[in-house]
Design a binder for this molecule. Sequence first.
Ligand code: ATP
Ligand code: MG
Length: 455
Amino acid sequence: MHKTPPSIDFLRLSQAFLPTLKENPAEAQIVSHRLMLRAGMIKQLSAGLYSWLPLGLRVMNKIANIIREEQAKTGAQEIMMPTIQPAELWQESGRYEDYGKEMLRVKDRGDRDLLYGPTAEEVVTSIFRDSIKSYKHLPQNLYQIHWKFRDEIRPRFGVMRGREFLMKDGYSFDYDAAQGKRAYQKIFVSYLRTFARLGLTAIPMQADTGPIGGDSSHEFIILADTGESQVFCDKTILSLNPLDGGIDYEKDLSAVIKNWTTPFAATEEKFDEAAFKKLPAENQLSARGIEVGHIFFFGDKYSKPMKAVVQDPTGNLVPVQSGSYGIGVSRLVGGMIEANHDDHGIIWHPSVSPYDVAVLNLKAGDEKLDAACEQLSQELLQAGLSIMLDDRDLRAGEKFAEHDLLGISFQIILGPKSLAAGMVEIKDRKTGKRDEVALPQAIEFLRNLRAAYLK
Ligand code: ATP
Ligand code: MG
């Protein structure tokens, strides 16, 4: 029997670092936090600080890569800026004092004031102003996926409100407000598509601009009972699908935006009760929500004080028009669990499942069965799928319970009896449906099952 070697797409559970918990951890108040701890995805280091363990990190990386793919389609480019920033930049923009206690301030050995970035408008504006001098090199849109620190008063709910958390933060630069609004619209649409690819229904809602400032802002909210925001919307918005019909970012996006912004949708801060009450009663939805993204258009708020100017077509120097665009990448891991779980555990959407499929060997040590599992794993790898092989010597019942907890989207179950008959069982974690399939057809069957979720 040829043993499948470990690789980025193949994990052998008998040798894996997977510290699962049998009991519910007492400190976890919400289901996503409980399940992330129980499934060995994260480990708390201190209040609001978490280490990401192998399984958790895989999910977070998959989310990040979907974000990258959708950002690239808009023309945005990825960069990475330091997490530590000099105070002077924030004094230039005028935000150093305003930001208050959420900002972690430190001094270096030369007594210079530094901070751990809670966001990066200042840094990216300083990069931009030193590099781009003419409108001819606009538009530009730069983003990073990197750690932020905010010394939250009440870090809680695990990674949902951490102090250090992973954010995708993007920044657009245009030479007039009309172009700037277009950049905002592109990102608006790309966010809808990103969340939809994760299997989430994210509702754009008018929002306050807060300390980032500016005059146009939307929050993207997913509905969940444990959400920290109270939100109100017209139920008809839930039937829109942003992936319908593809998207051409070169075209005018106003009509698409209108579809999404016409139905009533607002957070508590922007709630207009009279307007909401005018909706037919059956369409009024008042619910809790989790903010997974937030976009702002703020014009020259930073470019003006920081002198990020370009030559316009007539030769005048004008401050650029900017927006900033955030997604809570680490928060999304928890948010996806809030949206998709049952009494047994997590249910990963196939787009981010830590492995595409779990192969369960129900009698590890049985030579024929072991060989069949190795061979199936290798064929799955060749078909471009990633595999977690459960080759541990555990009772079948224990394996079933643990895999339902981990939430890998699909399980292929092999036992000695079914193998003798040339059959395997394929379980869809979401529906719970189990199908008996002839071994040679297993990969094709799995492919079809999976493809239906990834349309
Ligand atoms: P919140 O209202 O939840 O405090 P925010 O409005 O301060 O968030 P933004 O500045 O809009 O946050 O940051 C962009 C995104 O980063 C948010 O939409 C959210 O998904 C995520 N985020 C913000 N704060 C945290 C945090 N403490 N832990 C995890 N994710 C966060
Ligand atoms: Mg926000």
